[in-house]
Design a protein around this ligand. Structure first.
Ligand SMILES: *Cc1c(COP(=O)(O)O)cnc(C)c1O
Length: 417
């Protein structure tokens, strides 16, 4: 863990009598990673950020100079991006777009609307016709193929509310030509079939399949396309196993002949990851407020829990963490601790579901120590039930290039898992 993050959390405890409960987002780390990712992307590809992974305005601002644009899936998300930039390119997706959302998306000049059903296509045509302007769209397609990789979260290759089935492409194109001429322009196709895939080779094969399908449709229907959006879904691991190999992935994409052919016709390839850009750069720090033994098992209770970071409960995994040993103890009586033992790390909610890690092996964990959950930058705060039980929200802090000084050799004791 970065020592600047470590220092910041230490300072939080020093500066307050209340137990620490905070998110720290390392904005400099996010920027550094995006720069690295951009560096290896082949020419003619563009990187967008899907803000649902973490819609924090500071993160959107930090990414603004680096990414080509943002993917949003509601008016709330759209306005959030527009509050940071009035002109950055926006892709507008989502399976349940309402009339007034489509209208607002057009008013806010999104670059493309991802159209996800034939009904939605007709809605867009009707709105565009009324407004007398041409709306640029990508059709989101759910491929039939059973060759798509399987991951924990799958949105395509089988029954799904996302996008339209491959079989509908022909009809969609007919509707665009017969009913939408002059009001809707088909600029390309969008695919986002899975999330949290850690197999780079499989991911590249899947994208090859997307590209081949698009080439086929392009020829069959004589289409003039600008963009293929290959979605996000690059995975992050939470159990210490190797994550997504971005360099391998981009080298495979670089070598793809289908990509080369499409690029030579001026067709751009978009990616719109969420998780991979931010997961590793968020930390959720929660101080231990009690330690107890019940029926032979040890429990460490945190100031915080799954109402702030629901990912481990949502996925049923043990969330990785470090223990920050601290001197916080002002009492004359003994400071409760667990030593060389297993402990369940739980939250402050009155429900047994509020568990961040089961059976964590620790050398020592004491009341007043701080548990720092790593990989808490994506789908953690944003998916959580913040007001369940009415505890105060965590504080939010940001590391930037300016305060990102490295000057600590603080030893950090990792939880042995
Ligand atoms: C959620 C989502 C993404 C981002 O997915 P990650 O797994 O976070 O990369 C991209 N595109 C669409 C359409 C999505 O729904």
């Amino acid at each position: 863990m970065k020592s600047s993050v470590w220092n910041m959390i230490h300072e939080l405890q020093r500066d307050s009598e209340d137990p620490v409960c905070a998110y720290v987002y390392d904005l400099a780390g996010i920027q550094e990673q995006v720069r690295h990712m951009l560096h290896t992307l082949p020419r003619g590809t563009r990187l967008f950020y899907a803000i649902k992974a973490n819609p924090d305005s500071r993160i959107i601002e930090a990414l603004l100079p680096w990414v080509h644009g943002f993917e949003v899936a509601s008016i709330g998300e759209l306005l959030k991006v527009r509050s940071v930039s009035s002109e950055v390119p926006i892709l507008f997706g989502g399976p349940g777009k309402k009339e007034n959302e489509l209208k607002q998306a057009i008013e806010h000049q999104v670059s493309f609307i991802h159209v996800e059903s034939l009904l939605e296509l007709r809605r867009v045509i009707a709105i565009a016709t009324r407004r007398g302007e041409e709306v640029r769209i990508l059709l989101r397609i759910n491929l039939r193929s059973s060759t798509l990789p399987r991951t924990r979260i799958v949105m395509g290759g089988g029954p799904s509310p996302f996008g339209m089935d491959e079989e509908s492409v022909e009809e969609a194109i007919r509707v665009i030509r017969e009913e939408g001429a002059g009001s809707v322009r088909l600029c390309g196709f969008h695919f986002h079939s899975l999330s949290n895939n850690v197999d780079a080779r499989l991911h590249a094969e899947m994208i090859e399949l997307y590209l081949q399908k698009v080439e086929m449709w392009q020829q069959a229907y004589d289409l003039h396309l600008e963009v293929i959006n290959a979605g996000g879904g690059f995975g992050v691991t939470y159990d210490g196993s190797p994550g997504f190999d971005w360099s391998l992935f981009t080298s495979l994409i670089e070598r793809s002949e289908a990509r080369g052919r499409l690029a030579s016709r001026g067709i751009q390839l978009y990616f719109e990851p969420g998780r991979m850009l931010v997961a590793d750069h968020g930390y959720y720090a929660a101080e231990v407020t009690d330690i107890k033994t019940s029926h032979g098992q040890h429990f460490a209770v945190l100031r915080g829990g799954t109402h702030h970071n629901r990912l481990p409960a949502s996925w049923g995994h043990n969330h990785p963490f470090h223990i920050m040993s601290t001197d916080r103890w002002g009492h004359s009586f003994a400071r409760p601790e667990v030593r060389d033992n297993k402990v369940h790390v739980v939250g402050e909610l009155c429900t047994p579901k509020d568990r961040m890690h089961s059976d964590a092996e620790v050398e020592r964990l004491r009341v007043g120590d701080i548990v720092v959950f790593e990989k808490s930058g994506a789908y953690c705060w944003t998916i959580s039930h913040h007001d369940f039980l009415g505890h105060p929200h965590p504080a939010f802090h940001y590391l930037t290039e300016d305060n990102n000084h490295v000057n600590s050799d603080e030893a950090c004791q990792s939880a042995r898992r």
